[in-house]
Design a protein around this ligand. Structure first.
Ligand code: 5CU
Ligand code: ZN
Length: 414
């Protein structure tokens, strides 16, 4: 029989209602979270000696395929996304994730995955290795987009309960972005209400660009945006489908990820801004993956094209680039100091937040499983260090996420 848990919100947060005592019940999961037997509490102190960082970072772009979701993927073969079984259960499995990946004969089908993709204990070990104090965990793409409506609704509730319980057990190391069954807008609004009332550490939601199936500028999503804005829950917007995919054959996954992902974000957010969404929902906040794709770089051009377009020039209350400063935050996952500088110049240093995209881009070979340093993570940290401004680096590494998402940081780094 399922027992019932009551959650009480205790953390002061500029984004969430304070001191909410709720009688909303959340169902504990039937699947164990941890694929190792290590209790989370024994992993909780952050050893920032990984690369000698004096500050613990807050990672706002970090994923996990929770065990319950993995179980579902293992039973979907051969419908993408699915797991190709390994020699033994949970060993040498391959994950087929990207659209059309198993049809493109020019690239390998699936990628090897292990505990780094689904174990919370492994996530904490990785965090310790790289001086990351807190992770704001999100389910990775493609979330629940591919499920029939009813299944998506059911799964969202269970996964959000899992996330809540994981964060409660983590002694402050894990916060979360919940997941929504976006194909059902009313159910998504209810799930946001449920999380806002009941959870203490789920600080927003992760969303792909498909919305209810017609993109983010679909007016059908307005009630969801209104509900999220009402509860000060930001959307972490993340690509999955790629844009321009027909041009990427014979390039493995490189161009799909390097170009298709950021182009997808750029197009979806541009459409959303031009739809007037932020005039209707001025309090809606979004955190954009991969530093907003190419949007910061193209913002001047976007402004100019709108201004000179007789169909668009008087539809918005502000310039597109104004919304990009007032309603958006940007992760730092671009591996490049000059690019970071230009985003800061464009939107301000209070808008960037450190991210890693873990468990994607693991060290080549067996590195992910041997506790090796993740070059993708160090490169990102090095790019921030390259700004050569300790205050701005601190803003990006932890302070902005702490302020915006209401994340408690250990005294040592304040
Ligand atoms: O390597 C990849 O395919 C990915 C992905 O699917 N999602 C993500 O966030 N980063 C990389
Ligand atoms: Zn990601």
């Amino acid at each position: 029989m399922t027992s019932l848990i009551r959650f009480t919100s205790r953390l002061a947060s500029p984004l969430r209602p304070l001191s909410v005592t709720s009688s909303v019940t959340m169902t504990p999961p039937s699947v164990s979270y941890h694929s190792t037997s290590t209790p989370l509490q024994s992993l909780t102190p952050c050893s920032t000696d990984g690369r000698g960082y004096k500050h613990g970072a807050i990672d706002v772009h970090t994923h996990c395929y929770l065990p319950r979701y993995m179980e579902m993927l293992r039973n979907r073969h051969p419908n993408v996304p699915y797991i190709i079984p390994g020699a033994t259960p949970s060993h040498d499995e391959r994950y087929v994730i990207l659209p059309g990946e198993d049809k493109d004969k020019t690239s390998a089908v699936g990628r090897p995955i292990g505990e780094e993709y689904f174990s919370i204990a492994e996530k904490i070990r990785y965090m310790d290795r790289h001086g990351i104090d807190v992770s704001v965990l999100s389910l990775a793409n493609p979330w629940l987009d591919f499920l029939p409506r009813g299944e998506a609704v059911h799964m969202a509730t269970l996964l959000n309960d899992d996330l809540q319980e994981i964060s409660e057990e983590s002694a402050g190391r894990i916060y979360g972005f919940g997941v929504l069954p976006t194909q059902d807008v009313i159910a998504s609004c209810k799930e946001v209400e449920r999380m806002a009332a009941a959870t203490t550490k789920v600080r927003g939601v992760i969303l792909g660009t498909s919305g209810a199936g017609k993109g983010l500028d679909d007016p059908a999503l307005d009630p969801l945006y209104e509900t999220l804005a009402k509860h000060n829950m930001p959307i972490f917007l993340h690509p999955h489908y790629g844009l321009g995919n027909e041009h990427y054959a014979n390039t493995g996954h490189s161009l799909f990820l390097a170009l298709g992902f950021p182009f997808e974000t750029t197009m979806a957010v541009s459409r959303l801004i031009l739809s007037g969404c932020f005039d209707r929902h001025p309090n809606l906040k979004m955190l954009l993956a991969h530093a907003g794709g190419t949007l910061p770089f193209l913002s001047g051009r976007l402004d100019s094209c709108v201004e000179h377009d007789h169909e668009m020039c008087d539809k918005l209350l502000q310039k597109p680039s104004d919304y990009m400063k007032s309603n958006f935050y940007y992760d730092s996952v671009i591996y490049h100091t000059p690019a970071l500088k230009s985003v800061i110049e464009m939107v301000g240093e209070d808008k960037l937040m450190f991210g890693t995209d873990n468990p994607f881009f693991p060290p080549p070979g067996e590195g992910a499983r041997s506790g090796a340093e993740w070059i993708s993570t160090s490169k990102n940290m090095d790019a921030i260090d390259g700004l050569k401004d300790a205050k701005v680096s601190d803003d990006i590494i932890w302070r902005n996420a702490s302020n915006v998402l209401g994340i408690e940081v250990p005294e040592i780094i304040r």
